[in-house]
Design a protein around this ligand. Structure first.
Ligand code: UD1
Length: 463
């Protein structure tokens, strides 16, 4: 039960190397189930989630080895075997275990996945995955612990009612080895989905349209795809998280090995409207770098999350935390979460640090006060954890953050990266201290308590 202790109030200055994208790595590892050869992946982040996905793949019969730092090699030569007692927990701990269904079923005619875990940020149903696989011809049985699917898949026209990232990925992989053509409309346009398509193409899959709302896949009719080598794209959420850390503390960070700026265009527009400078910097050796600088004060802006190319829901918590450090003269702002219905668990922890923030349904109302005060806080999910790191780095005094298993799922070498930029941050091995909270400010005291209206969710289809 280790915890982080942060002495806040220091500007950040230095450079941070961005790791490979977690959310590209997990589906691309699942895509290895389609290949009859060797899949070699470079720039794989060393994370709890990557290890959990590799463990779950080994449990169904894949061989996966880290042959060099951040380089994995995977083979799936024989038909998958059912998960045994004890192995199930491996697969259940990770939501992306459900991504086994599409590729396994389409190559082997049988698939099994555990009902998934992952961040508790909403109901997170799997109806779109199941609906799409059924349309492709699968017979699906949902048990208490497992989903089992059988059948020979036949390509068809599918229109997703919402561009679910996971469902798009699962159905793309299912289509890659199905019989005939699949036309997938309303598909997610996230860069990680595009990266999966690039990897599938390197494996010999025939598809076109990635990055748009329609992808057409010509299936291999049950034939395994070829071996391939693929370098994972850099993590845009890690990039945005460090950009927000320096926005909150002030200072200047050079972020290296970042994704193309257009992958975060809407996010950077918001950051620049706050008064934070975002500049591309060419380094020796042709490396791409993004310099993020905040000098002096900055102002708060409102945001609404949306599927790509909109503002990423995975940066909402970190942005909200940074907004607490906007000038006290800033107007109040509204943060609207339109992708997940329960993604505001960081608010009560920010309130402990003195934030004047209230929740009404899917909207958080925040009155910036120019800062927060250190307190003992608890992480509730992956991105919420980094929002507390941002709050701790910029707050006055000491902050401790417990429940670090969330953070370790998705941020590689966090303490090393951020302490090399001047932060005072340390992982303490023992149990977290008692829950000290900041003395509430007048604005925080006058804020109304959270009220979530049941069923209020702007887009979720009633399916
Ligand atoms: C992925 C990302 C996650 C990110 C999210 C949205 C990975 C490993 N995780 O999660 O970090 O926050 O995209 O960008 O890539 N939904 C349904 N039915 C379904 C599937 C989803 O109603 O069958 C709903 C979800 O409950 C949620 C919304 O669709 O409200 C978006 O979910 P989805 O895009 O599927 O996210 P994930 O793939 O789980």
């Amino acid at each position: 039960m280790s915890f982080l202790r942060i002495e806040g109030g220091r500007n950040l200055s230095g450079r941070v190397s961005i790791a490979g994208a977690k959310n590209a790595t997990l589906p691309i590892l699942a895509s290895g189930l389609l290949s009859g050869g060797l899949l070699r992946l470079e720039n794989v982040p060393r994370l709890e989630d990557t290890a959990a996905m590799a463990g779950a793949l080994r449990a169904v019969g894949a061989s996966i080895e880290e042959v060099l730092p951040n380089v994995l090699e995977m083979r799936m030569e024989q038909p998958p075997r059912p998960l045994q007692e004890g192995e199930e927990s491996l697969a259940r701990n990770i939501r992306t275990g459900v991504l086994f269904l599409g590729p396994m079923l389409s190559r082997f005619g049988w698939a099994q996945a555990c009902l998934p875990g992952g961040c508790r940020i909403g109901a997170r149903p799997l109806d779109l995955h199941i609906w799409g696989l059924s349309k492709l011809g699968a017979t699906i049985h949902i048990g208490e612990k497992h989903i089992e699917a059988r059948g020979r898949l036949q390509g068809c026209d599918l229109r997703l009612p919402f561009p679910s990232v996971g469902a798009s990925e699962n159905l793309l992989m299912a289509a890659a080895s199905a019989r005939g053509t699949t036309r997938l409309r309303g598909v997610a346009r996230e860069p990680e989905v595009v990266d999966l398509c690039r990897c599938l193409r390197a494996m010999g899959a025939r598809l076109e349209g990635e990055g748009s709302a329609e992808i057409v896949v010509e299936g291999s009719d049950g034939e395994p795809l070829e071996g391939a080598s693929h370098r994972l794209l850099p993590d845009r959420i890690e990039t945005g998280s460090y950009a927000l850390a320096v926005a909150a503390t002030g200072g200047s960070l050079l972020l290296c090995d970042t994704p193309p700026r257009c992958d975060l265009a809407v996010f950077f527009e918001h950051l620049q409207r706050c008064g934070v400078a975002v500049e591309e910097e060419q380094e020796e050796g042709q490396q791409r770098g993004l310099r993020i600088t905040r000098e002096g004060g900055f102002s708060a802006v409102s945001l609404t999350t949306a599927p790509h190319p909109g503002f990423p829901t995975d940066l909402q918590a970190q942005f909200t935390a940074a907004m607490c450090f906007a000038d006290a003269t800033s107007d109040p702002v509204v943060v609207t979460e339109s992708v997940f219905e329960n993604r505001f668990m960081h608010l009560q922890e920010l309130q402990r640090m003195g934030a004047a923030v209230t929740l009404e349904g899917c909207r958080a109302h925040l009155s910036p006060q120019g800062g927060l005060t250190g307190a003992d806080v608890t992480a509730s999910d992956l991105r919420a954890s980094f929002s507390l790191v941002i709050a701790g780095l910029a707050a006055r005094g000491t902050t401790t953050i417990s429940a670090l298993h969330h953070l370790d799922r998705g941020y590689e070498r966090l303490e090393a990266k951020i302490s090399s930029c001047g932060a005072q941050i340390e992982r303490m091995p023992s149990a977290a201290p008692s829950r000290r909270r900041a003395k509430p400010s007048i604005a925080a005291l006058s804020a109304r308590p959270s009220e979530k209206k049941p069923g209020e969710h702007p887009w979720l289809p009633a399916c």
